[in-house]
Design a protein. Structure first.
Length: 153
């Protein structure tokens, strides 16, 4: 089954998806947004919680990206808003990867908990700051582009 032809069982059979699946998906997005939002506020959570929440948010966002990555080639071939959405999705993934790697490299809690140390703080810290701001902006654009699907029906 190719990526552009892949649909859920309900969609493929021509009937509407069950409301329960829609509600679960919406709650998953809400939990992901709260987790990512809390991870992006080290002033409120403290540095150790920021680092562990950031690691959890990274894993959750990577799972989300992986679950929807099959749609990217089909979206990129279409025009307008769908192509913009695919570009934003790729930007979210790239900035997430950069933010996660640089965050681990400047970590004061997670990396030492694993018995590791990373030199080069003066390179990784500005990179982490920039990529976190880029990730936040890309996530806001992503949420705006998908707002219609997140609203109550």
């Amino acid at each position: 089954m190719t990526g552009e032809n892949r649909r859920s069982g309900a969609e493929a059979s021509g009937r509407k998806p069950r409301l329960g699946a829609f509600v679960r998906r919406r709650w998953a997005v809400v939990v992901l947004a709260v987790l990512a939002g809390a991870a992006m506020l080290p002033v409120l959570t403290g540095v150790p919680a920021h680092e562990w929440l950031g690691l959890a948010a990274t894993v959750a966002l990577l799972v989300h990206c992986g679950a929807h990555a099959w749609r990217l080639p089909a979206l990129a071939r279409r025009g307008g808003r769908l192509r913009l959405g695919a570009a934003v999705d790729c930007l979210v993934f790239a900035s997430l990867a950069l933010c996660a790697v640089s965050g681990l490299m400047v970590s004061a809690t997670v990396l030492p908990a694993m018995g590791l140390f990373s030199p080069g703080y003066f390179f990784w810290d500005p990179l982490h700051s920039f990529s976190a701001k880029l990730l936040l902006a890309a996530l806001l654009v992503h949420a705006f582009l998908h707002w219609r699907g997140l609203r109550a029906k």
